[in-house]
Write a protein that binds this ligand. Structure first.
Ligand SMILES: *[C@@H]1O[C@H](CO)[C@@H](O)[C@H](O)[C@H]1NC(C)=O
Ligand SMILES: *[C@@H]1O[C@H](CO)[C@@H](O)[C@H](O)[C@H]1NC(C)=O
Ligand SMILES: *[C@@H]1O[C@H](CO)[C@@H](O)[C@H](O)[C@H]1NC(C)=O
Ligand SMILES: *[C@@H]1O[C@H](CO)[C@@H](O)[C@H](O)[C@H]1NC(C)=O
Ligand SMILES: *[C@@H]1O[C@H](CO)[C@@H](O)[C@H](O)[C@H]1NC(C)=O
Ligand SMILES: *[C@@H]1O[C@H](CO)[C@@H](O)[C@H](O)[C@H]1NC(C)=O
Ligand SMILES: *[C@@H]1O[C@H](CO)[C@@H](O)[C@H](O)[C@H]1NC(C)=O
Ligand SMILES: *[C@@H]1O[C@H](CO)[C@@H](O)[C@H](O)[C@H]1NC(C)=O
Ligand SMILES: *[C@@H]1O[C@H](CO)[C@@H](O)[C@H](O)[C@H]1NC(C)=O
Ligand SMILES: *[C@@H]1O[C@H](CO)[C@@H](O)[C@H](O)[C@H]1NC(C)=O
Length: 671
């Protein structure tokens, strides 16, 4: 009897010990998440629990000192260099929608809130920054951005028989839902719910572009395969694939499927960490992901699922580069150029320049008479490469836009100091010129010229005024005073000083240099403006926007936008800005110019973050070419609404097969 009892006790103890074991040492909020993760890491199909992630995030108490330091860094950076600080206070022009805000004032006012958690505070900063709808201005507290949240289904929008609806694009779990209409999400009309989410995104000042971005579609990967976007190329941002913790742990969908059958289901978020760095407690999590610590190296935990490849019925590919794909449509006379990015792969600018030219040459060789230029889903990249593409098609025009920067006590000092250290005024660094080794072909001579031009004209500091020239005189600036000029504009109710208008001194010369050195190497194509059309989903951003706007404004190329809200005009491009600078780049440039060491500037210089954060801002702004003669107030491209002339909507087929859309555009708009 006694021994049985003992055994029973031992069993009970063992059971208790077993039950306690997983949480033993790790019983704080992130510890529970860590245990949960260790289990799910072995099986990619298991998700971390939404409530565990939330509890972990909320386990870090608000720290007033840390909050003040974070705000100070943001404020001083924006006050010193953010070119749109004043203009962000102006109400949006017709066609745009964003909240006009005084960023500095709003950042200050966050500090008077009684926050309980760091998470709430940081999330509020990120939301505030995104109110500007300036995609070049971003703040991501790393701490809360290491997971992805996936519904394992995606949505798109069609307009059929004049009615706009939301449909299921793809579904990893239940194929029967595909192409069903989503009538309601969480009990509310689906378009309303998507719009509400889309309007939290900062990728465009045009609400219709944000709507497109919140939905899914197809895009080309590097290999030229047509795959679903987003997700595969790791750019969360859609309603069903996110990087920020959703408010609820699941989403409920009400569907109307074929034959009017109805269906309702609830889908949990599948939550996975994007990094494989471990943590066992909240303290570990905080030290690893939240605090700045350069000695921590992150390793990716991204899933590598072979993407589903979509097929196209109305075209064949004739050339591909990493960022551009060239097709011929089944009408045998229209070529299509898809440009998915303007980032030269591995920064190998010169090679990509030649590759893109080879693509256009292939289309010419095939006897293509018309061109559809599809710039959808393009985040931009290199301004030089953008200008080069314009130059290829329109060699007789100057592709640049006038720029300026804001003049503040700090930026002024940066111009003086960086310029005083410059070697660029009268000569270029000849040590950067490669020996001329290969004269075996025209192409190799042209490549040498391009490589050389590119290397010797690379500027070391954005604040070095010798890197810029005056568009009015076409001569470079000779003194910092001349560059700074005397230009005060009233924007957002604030008198603000800006530099003289400038263009890059060297980059536009690159193409001309190549042309001169290579003689007749470069092709003059026969296509004229009215043989071409630019097609986008509105998400053609940054330097992509410069290509599109330059061709549309100066070269009379017409534009067609796809998707958006029915009967509301849609922009053909977004966030043209000028130049984005990452906070770390700013600091390293100020450091190189000797500003960080100067005691008298200490109050103006943004201190380094204590937290780990990704922060970037717009340094330069572009001006509209239409107002080239009236430069004072009007025409900052970023704030100028430019809807496309023509409009198309997707259906079940064209949403998955862009060649069907291209052919329709060619038939209806290119004749
Ligand atoms: C995950 O799920 C997919 C499909 O549901 C299945 O094919 C795969 O084998 C699963 N993976 C593991 C590791 O269980
Ligand atoms: C719809 O109804 C028709 C006729 O009742 C039937 O033949 C067809 O299979 C149904 N389709 C679906 C998808 O259920
Ligand atoms: C967490 O615990 C594991 C095993 O107990 C250990 O290997 C790892 O280094 C710990 N991680 C951290 C960040 O302390
Ligand atoms: C930074 O991380 C390293 C490695 O995890 C650690 O040893 C060090 O104490 C950390 N430094 C600070 C300031 O927390
Ligand atoms: C595309 O075509 C290939 C080969 O013809 C086929 O195996 C594949 O299933 C098709 N993909 C889709 C999404 O239809
Ligand atoms: C295009 O060319 C192919 C092969 O050369 C031919 O089969 C096809 O009929 C042509 N299509 C049109 C619309 O002319
Ligand atoms: C010289 O250029 C030609 C053509 O561009 C190329 O085929 C050859 O490999 C190059 N030779 C060297 C030594 O780089
Ligand atoms: C700057 O411009 C203002 C008005 O345009 C003028 O009154 C002032 O004298 C100018 N200052 C200099 C230094 O040129
Ligand atoms: C563009 O169109 C305008 C007005 O229709 C015309 O004045 C201008 O010359 C055209 N420009 C080009 C480059 O075709
Ligand atoms: C520090 O900055 C001031 C301007 O605020 C400037 O006059 C001074 O020359 C700078 N000192 C050094 C050592 O660069």
């Amino acid at each position: 009897m006694k021994s049985t009892l003992n055994i029973l006790y031992i069993l009970i103890f063992a059971l208790i010990a077993f039950l306690l074991d997983p949480c033993d040492a790790n019983d704080d909020a992130c510890g529970i998440l860590a245990n949960n993760l260790k289990r799910s890491n072995k099986d990619p199909n298991i998700s971390v629990k939404h409530s565990d992630v939330q509890a972990c995030f909320e386990s870090f108490p608000y720290d007033k000192n840390l909050a003040e330091k974070t705000i100070e860094t943001l404020k001083k950076t924006l006050q010193g260099f953010y070119v749109f600080l004043s203009e962000a206070k102006e109400q949006p022009r017709q066609g745009f929608s964003f909240t006009a805000i005084d960023l500095v004032k709003e950042l200050d006012s966050l500090l008077s809130n009684n926050y309980k958690t760091d998470y709430q505070f940081m999330t509020d900063i990120a939301s505030l920054i995104s109110e500007t709808k300036d995609a070049h201005l971003s703040f991501y507290p790393f701490c809360y951005f290491i997971f992805t949240y996936n519904q394992q289904l995606s949505l798109y929008s069609t307009v059929i028989n004049d009615k706009q609806v939301i449909n299921i694009f793809a579904d990893e779990i239940d194929k029967n839902t595909i192409d069903c209409e989503v009538t309601h999400i969480d009990g509310r009309p689906s378009i309303e719910v998507i719009k509400e989410f889309a309007d939290t995104l900062s990728i465009s000042k045009d609400s219709g572009v944000r709507f497109n971005f919140a939905l899914s579609g197809v895009t080309f990967n590097k290999n030229g395969d047509l795959i679903e976007s987003p997700g595969i190329n790791k750019l969360p941002g859609s309603f069903t694939f996110r990087q920020q913790l959703p408010k609820q742990s699941s989403v409920e969908y009400s569907l109307k499927c074929a034959n009017d059958t109805s269906k309702k289901f609830t889908r949990e978020w599948k939550i996975r960490p994007e990094l494989s760095n471990t943590f066992n407690t909240s303290k570990d999590y905080w030290n690893t992901f939240c605090l700045l610590n350069d000695s921590i190296v992150f390793t990716s935990n991204a899933e590598t699922v072979a993407p589903k490849i979509y097929n196209m019925s109305e075209c064949k590919m004739v050339y591909k580069t990493t960022i551009a794909k060239f097709f011929i449509l089944s009408d045998n006379k229209t070529g299509v150029v898809v440009l998915t990015s303007v980032f030269p792969p591995d920064s190998y600018f010169v090679n990509e320049m030649f590759e893109i030219q080879n693509g256009f040459n292939s289309l010419e060789k095939e006897g293509v008479k018309k061109l559809v230029l599809d710039f959808s889903g393009n985040w931009g990249g290199s301004v030089e490469l953008a200008f080069f593409i314009v130059y290829l098609l329109f060699p007789e025009t100057d592709p640049s836009f006038n720029l300026d920067m804001v003049v503040t006590e700090l930026s002024r000092e940066a111009f003086f100091q960086a310029t005083s250290q410059s070697v660029h005024e009268d000569f270029v660094d000849t040590s950067l010129i490669f020996p001329f080794v290969n004269i075996s072909s025209k192409e190799s001579i042209a490549r040498w010229a391009a490589e050389t031009a590119y290397r010797v004209t690379t500027i070391s500091s954005v604040f070095d005024i010798f890197s810029y020239k005056n568009p009015a005189t076409n001569d470079h600036f000779h003194t910092v005073e001349e560059f700074i000029g005397n230009n005060t504009y009233l924007r957002g109710g604030t008198s603000t000083r800006y530099t003289s208008k400038f263009v890059n001194r060297y980059s536009e010369r690159l193409s001309i240099f190549i042309q001169l050195l290579s003689g007749y190497f470069f092709n003059m194509y026969e296509w004229k403006s009215d043989d071409m059309i630019i097609l986008t989903d509105g998400f053609c951003g940054s330097s992509c926007s410069l290509i599109a706007q330059r061709m549309a404004l100066n070269n009379n190329v017409s534009t067609v936008a796809v998707g958006g809200y029915k009967d509301t005009p849609l922009s053909y491009s977004s966030f043209p800005a000028g130049q984005v600078l990452k906070f770390e780049e700013l600091i390293s440039q100020l450091d190189a110019a000797g500003l960080l060491q100067n005691e008298t500037l200490a109050d103006l210089i943004p201190p380094l973050f204590l937290i780990r954060a990704l922060f970037g801002f717009t340094l330069k702004e572009n001006y509209d070419v239409v107002n080239k003669d009236n430069l004072n107030q009007e025409g900052v491209l970023e704030f100028t609404y430019k809807p496309a002339e023509h409009r198309f909507y997707l259906d079940e087929i064209s949403a998955r097969d862009p060649s069907v859309l291209w052919l329709k555009v060619a038939k209806e708009l290119l004749n």
